[in-house]
Design a protein around this ligand. Sequence first.
Ligand code: F6R
Length: 616
Amino acid sequence: MCGIVGYVGNRGSLDVLVGGLKRLEYRGYDSAGVAVIDPEGRLGTRKHAGKLGVLTDDLGATPLADGHTGIGHTRWATHGGPTDENAHPHLGDDGRLALIHNGIIENFGELKDELAAAGHTFSSETDSEVAALLVGDAYRATGDLTQAMLQVVNRLEGAFTLLAVHAEQPGVVVGARRNSPLVIGLGEGENFLGSDVAAFVAYTRRAMEIGQDQLVTIRPDSVEIVDFGGAPVDASTFEVDWDASAAEKGGWSSFMAKEISEEPEAVAKTIIGRVDDGLVRIPELDGLDEGFLSTIDRVVVIACGTAAYAGMVGKYAIEQWARVPVDVELAHEFRYREPVLGPNTLVVSISQSGETMDTLMAVKYARKEGAKTLSICNTQGATIPRESDAVVYTHAGPEVAVASTKAFVAQITAMYLFGIQLGQVRGTLDDARARELVRELQAVPDKLATVLATGDRIRELARWMADTQSVLFLGRHVGYPVALEGALKLKELAYIHAEGFAAGELKHGPIALIEPGQVVFVIVPSPRDTNSLHAKVVSNIQEIRARGARVIAIAEAGDAAVLPHADEVIRIPLASPFFEPLLAVVPLHIFGMELAAAKGLDVDQPRNLAKSVTVE
Ligand code: F6R
């Protein structure tokens, strides 16, 4: 949601801003705009509803006087529809100040009344314009952009990232954040601000974190951070571990196609550096100390959407390997029901972006209640890791397509690693068993490459099903979250009604949905599994087939028992049951993408969705 870029230096700022916005497009947006200060000290702005192309076409047709200081924004409409007027930047101080905003200013109504009473008129319906007018007035009183922003941020309630420039202060961009993302990019004689590092990684990979309730002033040769009380703050720097080419499509038809092809690598990279002498050793868990790991009496996983399904897979594995109870909860439900947490509860958040507001708020709540928090996150410099006691980064690389794919398999991998280490520490896994699990996990990337090779057949199936109205997904045990993930992908990518069920639940209701021609994907457990789930799921297939369902089974290589009953069988390589989700989900990711493509839809930016959901 909302992409933000700020620049000061010696390059033409428009190029940097538009390039940065382009790389932030994946976040989802419905309008875009820029503001630059030209060498004569004039502030120029341009903004439009629609895609970035509308803005760049206009800039091409009627150029804006460029300079070396500017801000750029892609807006995801909240207050007021996606119109030119509501697009950012908004102006203050009689058009001499420009401001962009991400988030929601909750007390904007009363502030707007106050501004109206003081004689201000408004040219948009947004909460953001209120901030622009307030900072403009404060600038008039203080003559300094940093001081003006400081005064105003202390009056705002809600979540926000604000960036502002003033015509009288070329070479200065001021940013502030509360519960909304902002990262600093450090260059030589130039500095950047961005919603995430993708905004500036084409220019620098050196970045600096800015904490909650902090304000940053960037100039070409300096970066100063203060808290909202005005006291200086030390910030840590980090090196971005990917470059701009990683966030480009290469020769692929879509970012999603590229990202699905990177699923083996995402698993492999998440394992690297976390295995020592055949056992799991995640250095980042030192932030929690081994003593604590052995005293944990409960794990609570909080996450949303696909990340929550990764948590569900992790639950099965952790409970089995470490014998600790694990609850998985949707982050947006968590804090509103006053959950019971204790000093021996470990709250594990899972988030690709590290910025999901629902998850962030749940983490903050857990910490306030005295629980220890561990973040599993794919994005360096993001907020959730900074708000947690420890972080295990997944190394899936930048995920640009809105719907999560490679991050999902990396999240599951991180949960497996955590579960194995917990089992080692607690003595519930002996070294021999732990080493066996590690070896199996390390073998997954090669097996995933085999699964990717089934892509052509899945594409054919998807084309054949382009007019399908409804698809069901069934799974059991670790196959159940895979079924949920398959259904979510189909909803969000192909806009098809899809549901995932635990296969055992079928007879308790969902079987009523089965009618002739109903397509049902079934994730079949391994026949080598000792708990006889395989036979039960094969019976489920027979039940639905008898009622006319068209069954597509995802089954282990060599599983002959499904053949007579399924209309189609997609084979996955042999793996121990706990690792099957990594293999079984890939055909479903491909299917969702291919069905959407067959319907002519934009698989990278599905309607109504944003990559980073930074509002509750
Ligand atoms: C689905 C999808 C979403 C995200 C969810 C959480 O394909 O991408 O369901 O998984 O919005 O996002 P993160 O992981 O960034 O917290």
